[in-house]
Design a protein around this ligand. Structure first.
Ligand SMILES: NC(=O)c1ccc[n+]([C@@H]2O[C@H](COP(=O)([O-])OP(=O)(O)OC[C@H]3O[C@@H](n4cnc5c(N)ncnc54)[C@H](O)[C@@H]3O)[C@@H](O)[C@H]2O)c1
Length: 374
């Protein structure tokens, strides 16, 4: 699989790092700030830098275009990618509204291209295992889901997210719901099916963010880490705490909560009660399950969905420790899966398609409409 990357900011650099680690060939990168594209290409050995995304799309050898720009530009560029007949990986969330997401889905299907949304957390082995168990009927029909994910990605300078301001601004598609809870909603939907009704509440309790020194390229954040220079603070209005109450197509009732500025991150955890059993994932990254009449016991992922040590992987991911989240493993699995589908070796993968992205977008739109901002 040969990839072109549009955008060379914080997450594009993380992605390039992971493409290299996964042995995926990246053909070209572009950014409206040319220095960023040049710095990323130099750092990760990408042979070409294009001046515009239109130029990048003219490269016949590119199989997949990864669109890694802020949310307000994702749909416009993804439409151009589809029009060029390229397979597309749009970052999350898909579009700024359900209408935009539906339009992207319709275009991608009509063009017959492979379409995916950047929800790499689906490739956590324990989640894949849980998804398979639910599909096999381990818990019967899911009836209640209670999930939460509390991190300090937006307030701990050890995370590169700390240095981006737009993810904290509503007008730019920021806020913890769009930027982080969207992953959790996608995960839970991938396990128990699509949400049909959603409502919620959100608030902002930390109203300032640090501004990265503009002379620092996002490619440098890897080595600088918590030492990256900032030039002051800016007022932000994006939600940093959110709770969603939802119902799925099969009648399961969900609560999903998230925050990314909490003082003591407790990580990702959930419980899924079914008509015939239960699955739980605790904040330490331990998956447990039981069928009716059984004692709750620890479950480990099967080899086909992951690696040994998966609980450790998830624990470190969910608790927001200093190192970059163990994103690499999940991202690399994602890239491998996508490349198999693009090569025609499999019809579908485990990734979120634009149809899944639309379901998440619909749920978030419903929550936005019902939220009164503090
Ligand atoms: N999947 C994940 O876990 C994950 C994590 C973080 C961010 N993201 C997503 O990645 C995207 C980028 O986030 P980020 O934190 O890297 O933002 P960023 O601001 O650090 O980088 C975005 C880059 O896009 C460039 N850009 C804007 N318009 C462009 C255009 N028309 N053509 C080319 N480049 C353009 C900007 O100059 C900037 O360098 C967002 O959509 C975000 O939601 C995903």
């Amino acid at each position: 699989m040969r990839v072109g990357v549009i955008g060379a900011g914080m997450y594009a650099n993380l992605s390039l790092n992971n493409y290299v680690a996964a042995g995926v060939e990246v053909v070209s990168v572009c950014d409206v700030v040319p220095e960023r594209a040049k710095a990323a290409a130099e750092t990760f050995g990408v042979p070409n830098v294009d001046a515009t995304h239109e130029e990048l799309l003219e490269r016949a050898e590119i199989d997949l275009v990864h669109v890694v720009v802020p949310p307000v530009y994702l749909a416009t560029i993804s439409r151009d990618v589809i029009a060029a007949g390229k397979n597309v990986l749009s970052e999350k969330p898909l579009g700024v509204s359900a209408e935009e997401a539906a339009d992207l889905l319709q275009r991608a299907e009509a063009a017959g291209v492979v379409h995916a949304v950047g929800h790499e957390m689906r490739y956590d082995p324990l989640h894949r295992h849980a998804k398979n168990l639910v599909a096999e009927g381990f818990i019967g029909r899911p009836v209640v889901v209670n999930a939460r994910d509390f991190t300090n990605y937006a307030t701990n300078p050890k995370f590169s997210t700390f240095y981006s301001c737009w993810p904290r601004m509503v007008a730019d598609g920021g806020g913890v719901m769009q930027q982080h809870l969207s992953h959790t909603i996608d995960l839970i939907q991938s396990i128990v099916g699509p949400i049909t009704e959603a409502t919620g509440r959100a608030t902002t309790y930390q109203t300032t963010a640090q501004v990265l020194d503009p002379s620092i390229s996002p490619a440098k954040l890897f080595e600088l880490g918590a030492e990256a220079p900032t030039i002051g603070t800016v007022e932000v209005d994006g939600d940093d705490v959110v709770t969603v109450l939802a119902t799925t197509a099969t009648g399961a009732v969900l609560t999903v909560s998230s925050g990314w500025t909490v003082q003591h991150p407790t990580g990702l955890a959930w419980e899924i009660h079914g008509t015939e059993g239960i699955l739980t994932l605790d904040g330490e990254g331990v998956l447990r399950g039981a069928r009716s009449g059984e004692e709750l016991r620890e479950l480990t992922a099967t080899e086909d969905v992951g690696v040994q040590g998966a609980p450790d992987l998830l624990r470190r991911c969910g608790l927001g420790v200093a190192e970059p989240m163990h994103l690499p493993f999940m991202f690399q699995e994602f890239a491998r899966d996508l490349s198999q589908v693009i090569a025609g070796k499999r019809e579908t993968g485990a990734y979120a398609t634009f149809r899944d992205g639309l379901a998440t977008r619909r749920a978030m739109d419903q929550v936005e409409r019902s939220t009164v901002r503090a």
